[in-house]
Design a binder for this molecule. Structure first.
Ligand code: HEM
Length: 476
């Protein structure tokens, strides 16, 4: 899309307006948490394709229009990421303790702008390749690990009985990517439940986001140093091989980001997929029934994008977008789901008619789109395959409008996914008593090479505790 097209989709830009001079409604709040689509449509009616909003006390632009979002994403050199471009921040008008800042100032691939990006990106692509190239032994091992872990989690879950109630987020979609992250990071066992909680604290921009960020970073720094001294067949070692000049601190930032993306975003995609399959327009379920699980995952990504709002971009020069002129250095956030609801998305097809399209923005677009799309798709596909293979019935245990959505400026995900399940006929279900004693004693698991995985055992005991009611899920 060229500049003239943007001017055409835009209306009458008023050269005198700046973001700070416009009245702005607060974006985050109860209504946005439960019904972001309602907020998006109200903003679209009032402002068109781009709306001024207040993000926890700070003025930002929200892009709701699909062509406008694509234009920004595909013109990275004119709309770069990078906090140093933010004029208001440089002039001291963004509070130092703004809770969104830790996620934006992290020196990782997602947030970083500037000429260095291409070098980092090439290293990321190289380090992920063994896990994403379907024929590579590493990718095969990962797929086996995902299947095995998913089956193990389901086996623990159904210890509650052939039919019953469960929190599919706490008992399946959250631990699964976390357990798989251990293999990517090359750690025996799990990175730890506390690390996952810290990732949540950062992405939900809570008051303790900064401390959480420092803790995860320190743990990843220790891991990075270990891999530099003793490289293995894992992401940190591959990243160092592709970018040998990476300092330990830089490596720690990249690993923290990987942890965040896999343990949170991938888990959200799995949870959102289950919700969409159970409650959606029937297309995801139809694709699933036809054995087209990847198609179902694509449809879920389109309907329920885990990354709700992208890291902001800042135009280097004043640029017209939608009805407004965006001033150089003003922050512009892309609201993924809103762009998919734009009547101009997919050539005017409605979201449901555009079901098969790959043109959605859930993985980004342009030079900065997600490098781990294949890995995340495979993880979600296998998770769904195992779930729907082993359960005859999965349904929501609460009305859909009572699902507990997180309040986050970045992601759209659930705190819990309460379901009622029924195991397929012929599926073996272990009695709770037999293995609980064993778990209570802390039986150790063994990894691929027979190494001990005590942390995995901790996670296992935690999950058994959820089934037997000895652990409170809210403590997680
Ligand atoms: C379901 C899970 C995931 C979703 C929905 C997702 C989505 C996205 C999106 C939308 C972007 C573009 C953001 C932007 O343009 O500002 C992105 C970028 C990125 N993602 Fe993912 N992602 C997922 C999982 C992962 C995982 C597991 C990893 C790491 C292993 C990862 C690594 C990255 C990186 C490094 C970038 C930045 C790329 C760049 O700036 O060049 N993502 N992701």
């Amino acid at each position: 899309m060229g500049e003239t097209d943007v001017e055409r989709v835009g209306g009458t830009g008023d050269g005198a307006l700046t973001l700070e001079s416009l009245s702005r409604e607060p974006l985050l709040g109860r209504e946005y948490q439960d019904h972001p689509d309602v907020v998006h449509e109200r903003l679209r009616r009032r402002h068109g394709a781009v709306a001024p909003v207040d993000l926890l006390g700070v003025p930002v632009w929200l892009v709701l229009g699909y062509p406008e979002a694509l234009y920004v994403l595909q013109n990275d050199e004119r709309w770069p990421k990078g906090m140093r471009h933010w004029r208001a921040r440089n002039e001291g008008r963004v509070p130092a303790d703004w809770p969104v800042a830790p996620a934006l100032t992290a020196r990782n691939m997602m947030a970083r702008g500037g000429p260095d990006h291409a070098r980092y990106r090439a290293a990321w692509d190289a380090a992920l390749r063994p896990f994403q190239d379907p024929g590579h032994p590493q990718a095969r091992r990962l797929r086996d690990n995902i299947r095995r872990t998913a089956d193990e989690l389901i086996t623990i879950l159904v210890r509650g009985g052939r039919s019953g109630a469960a929190d599919l987020a706490a008992q399946f979609s959250r631990p699964l990517p976390l357990m798989v992250a251990g293999e990517l990071l090359g750690v025996s066992g799990l990175p730890g439940d506390e690390a996952l909680l810290d990732i949540w604290r950062i992405l939900d921009a809570g008051p303790d986001a900064a401390e959480a960020s420092a803790r995860v970073l320190a743990a990843m720094g220790r891991l990075g140093e270990e891999k530099r001294n003793r490289p293995g067949e894992d992401f940190p070692s591959y990243l160092l091989a592709a970018h040998p000049r990476l300092t330990t601190e830089e490596l720690a930032h990249e690993l923290t980001m990987l942890m965040g993306m896999i343990s949170d975003h991938a888990s959200i995609l799995i949870t959102n997929a289950v919700v969409e399959i159970i409650t959606g327009d029937g297309r995801a379920r139809a694709s699933l029934s036809a054995g087209m699980i990847r198609e179902a995952v694509n449809h879920v990504a389109l309907r329920k994008p885990p990354l709700a709002n992208f890291v902001p971009r800042f135009p280097l020069k004043d640029e017209r977008l939608g009805e407004y002129v965006i001033r150089a250095g003003e922050p512009v956030w892309i609201a993924t789901a809103a762009t998919h609801a734009d009547p101009r998305f997919a050539g005017g097809a409605s979201v449901s008619r555009a079901a098969g399209t790959r043109a959605h923005l859930s993985w980004g677009a342009g030079p900065r789109q997600c490098p781990a799309r294949e890995l995340s798709t495979v993880l979600t596909t296998l998770a769904l395959e195992r779930l729907f293979e082993r359960f005859a019935q999965l349904e929501l245990a609460v009305p859909e409008d009572q699902l507990p959505w997180r309040s986050s400026p970045f992601v759209r995900g659930l705190r819990a996914l309460p379901v009622r399940y029924e195991v397929k006929a012929g599926e073996a279900v272990t009695s709770p008593d037999a293995e609980d004693a064993e778990d209570a004693e802390g039986t150790e698991e063994r990894g691929r090479d027979g190494e001990r995985r005590p942390q995995g055992s901790l996670m296992r005991r935690f999950l058994v505790g959820l089934v037997t009611g000895t652990i409170d899920p809210d403590a997680f």
